[in-house]
Design a protein. Structure first.
Lengths: 100, 499
């Protein structure tokens, strides 16, 4: 039996990896992947807590989180493709038309 | 772990406005699909008709006092939710009328535009009814998806695409924070319904969880320090969408914040008041100071919007029944004035194809009506009597005085002066400078209607606010038990973060 705290630590590590990825990586696809990591850290937490409390609400949340993540990627890739067609790059530092 | 769902006809009645709107947006999509030759103006009027029906239903709900909860308390209908829904549906209706000319600029998917606007409106209606953390997450995401697409809608315009990308990345980053925050709160309490969380004690997980949730909602309302996406997104997005984005999602996010702070976290009030005071001061000061330097009117309105949100937060920081009344009233005045100002920007931009403040020179010669309307909206945003914004600001400051938040009021008053300065710079350009091209501006019928609605709202709320104040006071009756203790009475252990 793995104690609850192990799951929480795992999810915290995954979440922080995601946050750091968003902040330091410059490739939009990698940024998208990092955000997926953040959402999946949430899922680990929810499943672990749901089992701990013997309460179904956490597992229901996971299904919704997966759905949201899937639709996010659909919308996000569409925007990225539209940008790539006009600029031929997916490096976020290249997008600086709009400025102060 | 058995899950049963029982619903009766009376339960479904609570969902009637949402069911109507869902049906209607399917109709709009289907009509556009099977009848591609139909002029897109007709589609706009079809959408407006549907929204008008929803609006009438909501007013009926409000008068009949229909209330209740659904789906194990996920979805709540009360006068507060109905108030926010009326604001959202009204904004959507005006935005659709205001986008009818602008839509001709889109090369593709003109019909789907209306569908997406309606879909975002539906998401925000659910947001105002969210009563547990699961529905907060789903509805926030649901309403934002439409906006990601709408912001990037000018496909051939690089600025619009870039705005869409920036909005998207920061938006889903906020979604990640929101989800993780919710998971921590669930882990600490085992509950997700707002009223059940109220009994929780302050543990590290709960504090971090709620801070993450507030960070995500801060992104939605665009308060400093979570405002990074606002200027770029407002600048690049199609102007009607900028107008929509500057009002509706913020209103809906305030519905969630209000419920979360006043219902779930009522016991931790001293802690979140400190946070809100700080965020409010930062938003007002930063928004107003940076707005002075702006040359683009959309950017200027973006920064002035950040400052206005700071003003709304004063009401929330007061944390009393009166504070929430003042906040609701302020949102109402902000809706009319801001939407009106953006309507003028859309009308001018449709003709001169520019949003630079320099190009507003001599607007009075070219279109006295638009110049006068802009003058009224800007003065209302600044808070000059006898317009709506003045009553809104007075109301919100009075609520803060009752709670002894004097620093906040002093900063707020200083900011009124700063804001007046940059609004008057625009007024000076419109009325005193000479136009480069003195030809008169033509504006279309629906556009004029939107400007008139904005003018009517701004002036009526200013000179006869009584019925509207009664309305907001009635909408927040559920908070009448909130008589907050002042900070000095509290034991020092509960400060600063509820820990």
């Amino acid at each position: 039996m793995v104690p609850l705290s192990y799951y929480v630590i795992l999810s915290a590590v995954v979440f922080i990896t995601g946050v750091v990825g968003v902040l330091i990586r410059r490739n939009i696809i990698i940024i998208l992947l990092s955000i997926e990591l953040m959402l999946n850290a949430t899922n680990i937490n929810f499943v672990a807590f749901s089992h701990y409390f013997q309460n179904i609400a956490g597992q229901v949340f996971v299904f919704f989180a997966l759905t949201v993540a899937a639709s996010e990627v659909a919308v996000g890739l569409a925007i990225i493709i539209a940008l790539y067609r006009s600029k031929s790059t997916i490096n976020v530092d290249e997008f600086q038309l709009l400025k102060w | 772990m058995k899950f049963t769902l029982t619903m009766s006809g009376a339960d479904l009645l609570l969902l009637l406005p949402e069911i109507l709107l869902t049906t209607w947006l399917c109709v709009v999509l289907a009509v556009d699909f099977v009848w591609p030759q139909l002029r897109k103006d007709r589609l706009a009027y079809l959408s407006v008709g549907g929204l008008a029906v929803v609006l009438v239903t909501l007013f009926w709900f409000d008068l009949a006092g229909i209330s209740g909860t659904l789906f194990k308390h996920m979805f709540v209908v009360d006068r507060l939710a109905i108030f926010f829904k009326i604001l959202i549906v009204g904004t959507t209706l005006l935005v659709i009328l205001a986008s009818m000319d602008y839509v001709r600029r889109f090369r593709f998917f003109r019909g789907e535009y209306y569908f997406l606007v309606l879909m975002s409106a539906l998401g925000m209606m659910f947001m105002s009814s969210a009563n547990d953390l699961l529905s907060v997450f789903i509805t926030v995401e649901f309403s934002t998806f439409g906006f990601y697409v709408l912001v990037a809608y000018l496909r051939q315009d690089l600025a619009s695409n870039e705005a869409g990308l920036k909005f998207f990345i920061l938006g889903i980053f906020a979604a990640g924070l929101l989800a993780y925050g919710i998971s921590l709160v669930y882990g600490e309490t085992g509950k997700i319904v707002f009223s059940d969380i109220a009994s929780a004690s302050a543990t590290p997980g709960l504090v971090i969880g709620f801070l993450l949730i507030f960070a995500a909602l801060g992104f939605k309302i665009g308060a400093v320090p979570f405002h990074a996406w606002i200027p770029d997104t407002y600048h690049g997005a199609p102007t009607p969408i900028t107008a929509f984005l500057s009002i509706a999602p913020k209103v809906a996010a305030f519905a969630i914040l209000l419920r979360m702070l006043f219902v779930s976290l009522a016991t931790f009030k001293p802690a979140w008041v400190v946070l809100l005071v700080a965020v409010s001061i930062l938003s007002m000061t930063y928004g107003n100071i940076v707005a002075i330097a702006q040359r683009n009117i959309k950017r200027l309105l973006a920064y002035s919007g950040i400052a206005q949100i700071g003003n709304v937060l004063i009401g929330l920081a007061a944390g009393t029944k009166m504070g929430s009344d003042a906040m609701l009233f302020y949102l109402l005045t902000y809706l009319f004035a801001n939407l009106g100002a953006f309507a003028v920007v859309i009308a001018v931009g449709n003709v001169i194809r520019s949003d630079e403040i320099e190009d507003y020179s001599g607007l009075n010669r070219r279109s006295p009506f638009l110049a006068f309307a802009m003058l009224v909206f800007l003065l209302s945003l600044a808070g000059v009597p006898p317009l709506a914004g003045f009553i809104g600001k007075i109301y919100i400051f009075l609520a803060a005085i009752d709670e002894g938040l004097y620093t906040l009021i002093v900063v707020g008053l200083i900011n009124v002066v700063i804001a007046l300065y940059y609004y008057l710079v625009i007024v000076k350009k419109m009325y005193i400078n000479e136009p480069v091209d003195p030809s008169p501006l033509r504006i279309s019928g629906p556009m004029t209607a939107v400007v008139y609605v904005g003018l009517a709202g701004t002036i009526i709320l200013g000179i006869y606010p009584r019925p509207f104040i009664d309305w907001v006071v009635g909408a927040t009756l559920m908070f009448s038990n909130l008589v907050g203790p002042t900070a000095s009475v509290l034991p020092p252990t509960v400060l600063p973060f509820g820990g």
